[in-house]
Design a protein around this ligand. Structure first.
Ligand SMILES: [Zn+2]
Length: 133
């Protein structure tokens, strides 16, 4: 299992601002990956100790930003899941597919004292569709 990149000191609002900034600076898919028609991301979450967040489905088309970092669905968590490597793996794969799991390394306010990480698990699948040649 790989661990998601995160700065545990970053609060949820900072995280939202940071993601928005990076997203708006990212290239669009059409430029970054001209051969790609769309990228489908399915995100499922797993946790044993709290309410499990709803699954998410994202379909990215050529005008979308080529930015694949998603905030942890817990509103009070400063963590995020970076699926950049997963998307690159799918684009490089013969079947245009990748899947795996990441764990959130964000901190939530209640756990600042104990330094206990959020730990929410993300089970993802990435499927890329290329334009017909
Ligand atoms: Zn989290």
């Amino acid at each position: 299992m790989r661990l998601a990149k995160a700065n545990p000191e970053v609060g949820a609002q900072d995280r939202a601002d940071r993601l928005r900034r990076i997203r708006s600076a990212a290239q669009v898919l059409r430029i970054a990956f001209p051969a790609v028609q769309h990228i489908q991301l399915e995100l499922k979450f797993e946790t044993s100790n709290r309410l499990t967040p709803a699954s998410q489905s994202h379909q990215l088309h050529p005008p979308a930003r080529a930015f694949f970092e998603f905030p942890c669905p817990y509103a009070d968590c400063g963590g995020s899941f970076d699926l950049t490597a997963a998307v690159n793996a799918a684009l490089a794969d013969q079947a245009r597919h990748s899947q795996g799991m990441l764990a959130c390394e964000g901190l939530r306010p209640l756990s600042y004292a104990t330094r206990q990480l959020c730990g929410l698990r993300l089970i993802y699948t990435v499927d890329a569709t290329f334009y017909p040649k």
